[in-house]
Design a protein around this ligand. Structure first.
Ligand code: ALA
Length: 483
């Protein structure tokens, strides 16, 4: 079998030769880096890349990169130096905290904003923090991606909130679970927006229900923060959100940053991850912990990540989050309508009650072609980037696809043998602020043609990954972007 590394080598060689050809006058589009990059297609042509994989990661705002570059001239040790640059870096890092806090409507007197490496890191830290004195009971929504499941399994007792056939969280079941465990539930963990269906649950209603039973609420804003306004609300509001986590790389600021925001009191005990910067004093047998948030930021802070995240928050606010949300909804509706026109396409989670919303994420399948092959053909033959598979949300996906227990058991055995061939899954397109109607039209045309005419290249399925790889695309590895 070919090494997976050489499967894109035909792309890499041609991409190096291709040059950037700015073509879109859209002022919004010009604010992002690399969105007009030419990529080679199977067969020798090239075209402007269409990135419809924003739920995985977004391109950078140009202004974020400019801010990072400016800051790099002053970059030095944060909280650990006495030189001018160390002061500037420390001041800037702390100022970023306030920007991020304001972006989600947190309260300076009540909340801590802890910089992290993103949502996965944030939830692991929160789970370890809440779980340090025993295993609390956590209700986890059935719509979550793995980052909002696995940390809870490690540090808490998990009970699920069911999902209906329509992909919506079953709020009646949530109420039942809250009653069944009333007074015992420490936290309800729920997504702000699904990375599979784009569904946005009514989080403030959920928060009210949770608070009536003495539970806090964590909203995972990985997919939400780049699409819709967030407001944690006042600490005494019955519909407040208690904890929020977010990832900068899904907010046009891919520099390794993220945040965990929650009530200061929750972080006042022993830190879950001790290390440099988390202490006031260490003796051979004693330790005096630092005040939050420092006690929860072990090691040298990622000041670059904080600057990038804060700048992205400011830029999104300048554009106006209501406008961002409107655009996200409009483009999503446009894409749903375009895909709905294609015979044999089945989309998931597209309908929702009035108090639910959507962000620009659409997952679909067709009986006429495996999801992995569809994604490969769109990439190699049409220059469109999508994601396929289970999107790191296996329980939700398998529920949507009605994978029964015995089938699931067979997939477990297959996974244990590192064989992902013929795994269930969907194709996902996910939209960003810079995507256009033309790109959606082009993607819909591509999907239709791929289904009608089949692939032009020959592909094989890599059993290890479940990805389809063009048989004729192999080349030499020496032509690589790596520095
Ligand atoms: N959660 C990310 C995605 O949906 C990685 O692609």
């Amino acid at each position: 079998m070919q090494s997976p590394d050489i499967r894109y080598s035909h792309l890499i060689g041609a991409a190096r030769r291709a040059h950037l050809q700015p073509r879109d006058p859209d002022p919004m589009r010009r604010r992002f880096i690399g969105v007009d990059k030419e990529v080679p297609l199977f067969g020798g042509d090239a075209r402007t890349y269409v990135n419809l994989d924003n739920a995985a990661t977004t391109p950078a705002f140009l202004e974020v990169v400019e801010s990072v570059n400016k800051f790099l001239e002053w970059y030095a040790s944060v909280h650990r130096g006495t030189g001018a640059k160390a002061y500037v870096s420390t001041h800037c890092y702390e100022a970023c905290r306030g920007v991020v806090r304001d972006f989600v409507g947190a309260n300076a007197d009540h909340h801590e904003t802890i910089f992290t490496a993103g949502v996965t890191d944030s939830i692991n830290r929160l789970a370890a923090t809440l779980g340090r004195d025993g295993r609390p009971l956590v209700l986890v929504s059935g719509m979550e991606h793995h980052s909002n499941i696995l940390p809870w399994r490690r540090h808490a007792r998990v009970e699920w909130i069911n999902v209906g056939d329509d992909g919506l969280l079953d709020l009646n079941h949530m109420e039942e679970q809250l009653r069944r465990y009333s007074g015992q539930v420490r936290l309800v963990a729920v997504t702000g927006a699904s990375n599979v269906t784009g569904l946005v649950p009514p989080v403030h209603r959920i928060a009210r229900m949770a608070h009536e039973h003495g539970a806090d609420v964590l909203m995972d804003a990985a997919q939400l923060a780049g699409h819709r306004p967030i407001n944690m609300r006042a600490p005494d509001d019955p519909e407040r959100i208690d904890f929020i986590v977010m990832s900068a790389h899904k907010m046009y600021a891919p520099f390794g940053g993220g945040a965990l925001i929650g009530p200061r009191a929750a972080f006042e005990g022993e830190p879950a991850f001790p290390g440099g910067g988390t202490v006031e004093l260490v003796t051979p047998d004693r330790v005096v912990w630092a005040e939050p948030p420092g006690r929860d930021e072990p090691g040298t802070p990622n000041a670059i990540g904080a600057v990038a995240l804060a700048r992205a928050c400011r830029l999104l606010n300048e554009i106006g989050m209501p406008h961002v949300a409107e655009k996200s909804e409009e483009l999503r509706a446009y894409a749903v309508a375009a895909l709905a026109d294609i015979p044999g396409i089945r989309m998931y989670g597209t309908a929702a009650p009035d108090d639910w919303k959507h962000v620009g994420v659409i997952s679909f399948e067709s009986d006429r072609m495996p999801h992995g092959l569809m994604a490969a053909v769109l990439g190699h033959e049409w220059g469109i980037g999508v994601r396929h598979g289970c999107f790191c949300a296996h329980p939700y996906l398998m529920g949507l696809l009605k994978v029964d227990a015995s089938q699931a058991q067979r997939y477990v055995a297959q996974a244990e043998a590192h064989d992902h061939s013929s795994f269930p899954g969907l194709v996902r397109i996910s939209l960003g602020l810079y995507n256009t109607h033309e790109e959606v039209d082009y993607a819909a045309k591509a999907v239709r043609r791929v289904l009608d005419e089949g692939p032009r290249a020959r592909y094989f399925e890599d059993r290890k990954t479940g990805d389809y790889i063009p048989l004729d695309g192999a080349g030499q590895l020496d032509d690589c972007f790596c520095p």
